[in-house]
Ligand binder design. Structure first.
Ligand code: NI
Length: 188
């Protein structure tokens, strides 16, 4: 196992379409996936796509931490999942702005429009195909990671660039906003 170097925005590997994995059960793919999981956990992050570690293949790993889920039945907390050669279908036209970051764009976050509900399928490292519907955070992280396989980074999906900034500044602004709302409530 090894912690891999993460490519940052500006590196051409992040802008190309990644190739299908011919044999998802191959030992070298299993090794790559194990290293990707270790790299994601070390960062720490909630998702990582193979092009982010300079491997232009259609693979990503992700997890749904308990505190990030929306409470929806199709957005339950989930441990680390592996998706090889994934297919994503966007369901309905319910798009919502969701805050997200990216290990290839360190220190920043933005509100990005994502479909609330999706259906996706993929292959795991045993070569088994699985599929499910997902909503909320789960749907958002899958859309973000799937975009990496097509050379798309989240700023390319943004519609409101005023909702883009450094983590510390946005956290500070959010806390100030919450405090102002609380003070207004106490007065009422
Ligand atoms: Ni990313």
């Amino acid at each position: 196992m090894a912690i891999l170097k993460i490519a940052r925005m500006g590196h051409p590997v992040l802008l190309q379409r990644a190739a299908e994995v011919p044999d998802p059960a191959a030992p070298e793919i299993r090794r790559l996936v194990a290293d990707m999981i270790e790299t994601m956990e070390d960062a720490p992050g909630v998702g990582l796509a193979a092009p982010q570690v300079h491997v232009p293949l259609r693979i990503f790993v992700f997890r749904v931490p308990g505190h990030r889920g929306t409470g929806d039945a199709d957005d339950a907390p989930a441990g680390t999942q592996v998706a090889i050669n994934p297919v994503v279908e966007l369901l309905g036209d319910d798009l919502r702005l969701r805050w997200e970051g990216c290990l290839s764009i360190p220190g920043l976050r933005a509100a990005v429009p994502r479909h609330w509900r999706i259906r996706y399928s993929a292959v795991d490292t045993e070569g088994r195909t699985f599929g499910r519907e997902a909503t909320g955070f789960h749907a958002g992280v899958v859309q973000h990671e799937f975009d990496h396989l097509d050379g798309i980074l989240y700023p390319m999906r943004m519609t409101d660039f005023s909702l883009f900034g450094y983590n510390e500044e946005i956290e500070r602004a959010m806390i100030a906003q919450q405090q102002a709302a609380q003070a207004a409530q106490e007065k009422a």
